[in-house]
Design a protein around this ligand. Structure first.
Ligand code: DAH
Length: 347
């Protein structure tokens, strides 16, 4: 091996031994840099006689080209190794199971409301929804509950510190009963002058709000208001409607319905509706599930209708109570805590 071959192989050995790109560049400098060994040889050409210069120059340049090629190969190998190391470090384990998107489920109260709506719809009731922020007039006055009437304090109402355009105080509706007024007034306006006036048969499900919180009361809960008004609608019709609801909803014939005298300013007479199952885990206990009564003539007048012509009944169902009885839940607060461990049981 001549001296130039030795130079090439010692450069190659140095390049191969360089563990990093920086050290590779240092090794390059030792051969190809300003004071590198190849550069020294080229400088020494000047001292040779002219006839040797050309051949020697060509040899040195050839050796230089081989060294440069070796350097380039090492540079690429180091870059490749670096890239591979980086890819390894940042590797994704595509065999891990993906994060699935949860499929939502229905809340037990929503499920209950939907079922109750479907049952009433099958009995010819319209389903109406209305505002949760109500006027004083809708929540109380129109329902025969005038200012300073003691019954107004029966509901511990959340008031909104604001009046509407007509200067009426606003509240978070403490019951769905204002929907009787809204719906009946709309009906009266739509059918004004018609004889006979078509019947009103409607339910109004929704959220209601009261200053109240314990195992059986929540500051937000759900009611389903009902109103059936016509020329000749009587309490017996209410009993039929309510018994049908209980039969369909609880999927049993083994129960009794009882009307227990009560007081509501918007009905006269008024009654609480209790139900009692003959079998099952709740058997034998009377359970209060709704308020009801014959719509008071003053309220019919506030509907914009004639109490001599229109008679009927109204009721307000505790929807959460229905859900609790149906699913055997004993604490109302569980329904609104949003704990998935609880909620998942219903889906
Ligand atoms: N609004 C009553 C309450 O929240 C429930 C109620 C009772 C509604 C009698 C009615 C009714 O429509 O006729 O306690």
């Amino acid at each position: 091996m001549n001296e130039l071959d030795q130079l090439v192989s010692s450069a190659q050995a140095d390049f191969d031994a360089a563990p990093t790109p920086a050290e590779l560049e240092n090794a390059k400098a030792r051969f190809l840099g300003k004071a590198g060994r190849v550069t020294e040889l080229l400088k020494a050409l000047g001292t040779l006689p002219v006839e040797q210069k050309k051949a020697r120059g060509a040899e040195i340049n050839q050796a230089k080209a081989r060294i440069e090629a070796g350097l380039q190969a090492c540079r690429e190998a180091l870059a490749q190794a670096e890239l591979e190391a980086q890819l390894r470090a940042e590797a994704l384990d595509v065999t891990l199971p993906g994060r699935l998107r949860g499929t939502g489920g229905m809340h037990p109260v929503s499920r209950t409301m939907e079922r109750i709506e479907a049952i009433f719809a099958s009995m010819g009731f319209d389903v109406a929804e209305g505002p949760e922020i109500e006027t004083d007039w809708m929540s109380f006055t129109a329902l025969n509950n005038p200012e300073n009437h003691p019954a107004r304090s029966m509901q511990d109402t959340f008031y909104v510190d604001m009046k509407d355009a007509q200067g009426r105080w606003l509240n978070l509706r403490p019951h769905t009963s204002p929907m009787q007024v809204r719906y009946a007034r709309m009906h009266a306006a739509r059918h004004a002058g018609k004889h006979p006036m078509p019947e009103i048969r409607v339910i109004a499900p929704g959220r209601v709000f009261r200053v109240d919180s314990d195992a059986t009361h929540s500051p937000m809960f759900h009611q389903i208001e009902g109103l059936w008004l016509g020329a000749n609608i009587a309490f017996k019709d209410l009993k039929v409607v309510f018994a049908s609801l209980v039969r369909e909803f609880f999927e049993t014939d083994d129960f009794d319905v009882r009307f227990r005298p009560s007081f509501f300013p918007f009905t006269e007479p008024s009654a609480e509706i209790d139900i009692r199952f003959g079998s099952g885990p709740l058997a034998g206990r009377w359970l209060e599930v709704a308020g009801s009564g014959q719509v008071h003539p003053n309220v019919v007048r506030n509907f914009g209708l004639d109490p001599e012509q229109q008679i009927g009944f109204a009721f307000g169902i505790g929807a959460d109570r229905f859900a609790m009885l149906r699913y055997g839940i004993d604490d109302l607060r569980l329904m609104f805590d949003g704990d998935l461990r609880f909620l998942k049981q219903f889906n």
